[in-house]
Design a protein around this ligand. Sequence first.
Ligand SMILES: Nc1ncnc2c1ncn2[C@@H]1O[C@H](COP(=O)(O)OP(=O)(O)OP(=O)(O)O)[C@@H](O)[C@H]1O
Ligand SMILES: [Mg+2]
Length: 313
Amino acid sequence: MKVLVIGELNVDIILDDFSDSPQIGREVLAEKMNITLGSSSAIFASNLSNLGNHVDFMGGIGNDYFAEVILKSFAKHKVRTQLLTRFPNHPTGATFVLNAGEDRANVTHLGAMAHFSIEQIDLNQLNQYQHLHISSYFFQPKLKKDISTLFRLAKNGGLTTSFDMQWDPLEHWDIDLSEILPYVDIFFPNEAELINATHSQSLEEAINHLRHINYHICAVKQGNKGSTLLHNQSSNHHPGFLNADVVDAIGAGDSFNAGFIHQFIRRHPLDKCQDYASLVAAISTTQIGGTRALEDRQYREEKAIAQFGKALS
Ligand SMILES: Nc1ncnc2c1ncn2[C@@H]1O[C@H](COP(=O)(O)OP(=O)(O)OP(=O)(O)O)[C@@H](O)[C@H]1O
Ligand SMILES: [Mg+2]
């Protein structure tokens, strides 16, 4: 199965164990530092590849050390990088993550990802794929306005499509879902994102809003409460496979998307897609980072049965 992912690319520089609270005008020490692939689109692509799919990625990177970090990580997960665009005059995007216990302060520089636009996409390539996934709407300011066009072209070319808009760091939620969702087979917001993007006060109100636009399938991710699948007039809640001892929830949502799409492109029924997605997401919470728990087939299959009592198939 050939899948094309279009999305944001950045590294995370994660700083931990501070000698004091970081403050403007002062310097503190961080006992730990970790540099890793940060983008949610890349975690999705890596895990979809880990599950056994051919995945190509389109997005913008610079010509610098952080670009090499991204390429190395993609090589490890066999995500194809021939279609990445290099912007030699812009740095690769980076997020500085200042961890403080359960909470964190993030500072992101978009760099090259802010310059990636439809001009860098060879539209004739689209029909080589079975599926198109686009992620992180708000992190791609130059691509945003053309996302509905990309989905429309993909649908006209016979591809299935999915969309995870992710969080808006500016919290303006300036997105017209009624323009995009008619060309999207599966929409993957989390609960807070859906409420914000529909300018609602509650999940019920947000679902009601969705029903007034021409959407197809919506999988609402609800953290350790599971997920709710909306389709036609029906709604199916899945409680998830609770991991009471989460090592790290980074990338759980992207892993959920990967599990769902893995089944969806094989034309399995939606309840199977949701169940498999929930299991893949739960497994992802058993290891640090967004991809580690899913990269080794033996680990993920044994973990599925040993911890969650369900075979990953
Ligand atoms: N503690 C947990 N145990 C088991 N499964 C979990 C847990 N937390 C989350 N999940 C699974 O992961 C899915 C996605 O999680 P979440 O709702 O956090 O998505 P998200 O906000 O999009 O995440 P991301 O930060 O990766 O974008 C949930 O729908 C659920 O199935
Ligand atoms: Mg998410």
